[in-house]
Design a protein around this ligand. Structure first.
Ligand SMILES: [Zn+2]
Length: 418
């Protein structure tokens, strides 16, 4: 992609009225635009990142046997009345049609998915079964802040599973937790697993996946010596400075964290409410055990920016960067440099490398380099009068640059991929 053709452009100065780093940098670098509080448009740059996060999540859900579906955003009120959510869920957006009928905008999909599962799950032989989708959700927040980390409209992956026995559920629950940790590892994030109450969904214990972040809204206590972590908003048993109850080697420290995922043991709450039954091995009618498993895709994008940035801009982890390489031509209009940069662009893209080529002739070297830092592609490649038949390569996360042949660069990029 040539920068001159790119739909969105960077802003010279930081936008006003942004309360978090992710909001400021994502707007300034041209990844998103706010339509209203908590509601954002993703530009081609932003959508590339969102799609890459979705793809990593999709691959890990497929690995544990999840099958992808797509459920609607708008639900009849009857579904939400059946589960009790119509009156109990205070953040549920409600709509009225011109014929006077009531509808809800999806805040979650338990109601829809359990109704769907009734069509296909009849016997213990039909389980275990798990399906997921990556779909927008709505929350009627009183205050929406923290950029794309707390939206009124946000993209989520939610997976649902059904099991004939608690033992079978427990096996899948463990698999799903492991898959979640793989997702966050691939995204370059260190997620801590905390125990929390299930909130509106269930009386049982749930697990939250938290990333330490000043922009997060959760208050946690964690141990630096082991993986112990609790959400202090839910669990009052422990306090700052207490010995770690798991390893005893460190005191519990307080931190702000952002919840990027959660898994819930729903028990038989929804299968009973929607009368989803199956016939077990002995011919008896029973209710399946159900689980739900969420990952906030758009929120995770915000958390990534909060985690990976410096004073100059975003530093995208390789797996989710909008482009792998930002190619910059510095030549003040020299035809020779422009031709050479064009040739490098062709060579890289033909080798399958995703390149954002800053081909603007009228823009200063300083402005181009500042934009490359702001947008944050992992590798910056410069073609100038000084580089000759080589290119100057610098990682966004490092200070030093190296001169090398394009072939050598391709080899290096390939090594990172393997
Ligand atoms: Zn510990």
């Amino acid at each position: 992609m040539k920068y001159s053709q790119l739909f969105s452009k960077t802003l010279k100065t930081a936008p006003n009225a942004t309360d978090t780093v992710n909001h400021r940098l994502l707007v300034q670098a041209g990844f998103v635009r706010q339509v209203m509080a908590g509601v954002y448009t993703y530009t081609p740059l932003g959508l590339r990142v969102l799609n890459k996060i979705s793809q990593i999540v999709r691959e890990e859900m497929d690995k544990i046997g999840g099958q992808e579906v797509l459920m609607p955003l708008m639900h009849p009120s009857s579904l939400w009345k059946k589960s009790g959510g119509w009156d109990k869920v205070d953040v549920l957006f409600k709509l009225k049609s011109r014929t006077g009928k009531d509808y809800a905008l999806a805040v979650s999909h338990e109601e829809t998915v359990t109704t769907l599962a009734r069509e296909f799950i009849h016997s213990y032989k039909d389980m275990p079964m798990s399906i997921y989708h990556i779909q927008w959700k709505f929350r009627d927040e009183l205050r929406s802040k923290s950029g794309i980390m707390r939206g009124r409209e946000f993209l989520m992956k939610d997976l649902y599973s059904w099991h004939a026995t608690q033992a079978d559920f427990d096996v899948f629950y463990a698999k799903a937790k492991a898959a979640y940790l793989r997702v966050f590892e691939r995204l370059g994030l260190t997620a801590k697993v905390t125990e929390a109450s299930g909130g509106a969904f269930t009386e049982k214990v749930s697990y939250e996946f938290e990333v330490l972040s000043e922009a997060g809204e959760a208050n946690i206590l964690y141990c630096q010596m082991c993986d112990y972590c609790v959400n202090v908003d839910d669990i009052k048993t422990y306090h700052e400075g207490d010995d770690c109850p798991k390893c005893g080697k460190d005191k519990l420290r307080p931190a702000k964290a952002a919840e990027v995922g959660n898994v819930f043991d729903l028990g038989q709450k929804y299968t009973k409410a929607f009368d989803l039954t199956f016939i077990d091995e002995k011919g008896e009618k029973k209710y399946p055990i159900m689980g739900c498993y969420g990952i906030g895709i758009s929120r995770t994008m915000g958390v990534l920016v909060e985690t990976f940035h410096d004073e100059r801009g975003i530093i995208w982890p390789r797996g989710v960067a909008p482009f792998e390489v930002q190619l910059v031509s510095i030549g003040g209009g020299s035809a020779e440099v422009e031709e050479r940069a064009e040739a490098v662009y062709k060579e890289l893209t033909q080798a399958g490398v995703e390149v954002l080529f800053d081909d603007r002739a009228e823009v200063s070297a300083g402005a181009k380099l500042a934009d490359a830092d702001l947008i944050g592609c992992p590798t910056r490649v410069i073609v100038s009068e000084k580089t000759g038949m080589q290119v100057e390569v610098k990682k966004r996360s490092e200070k030093d640059s190296t001169l090398m042949e394009v072939n050598e660069l391709l080899k290096k990029l390939q090594t990172l991929k393997d």
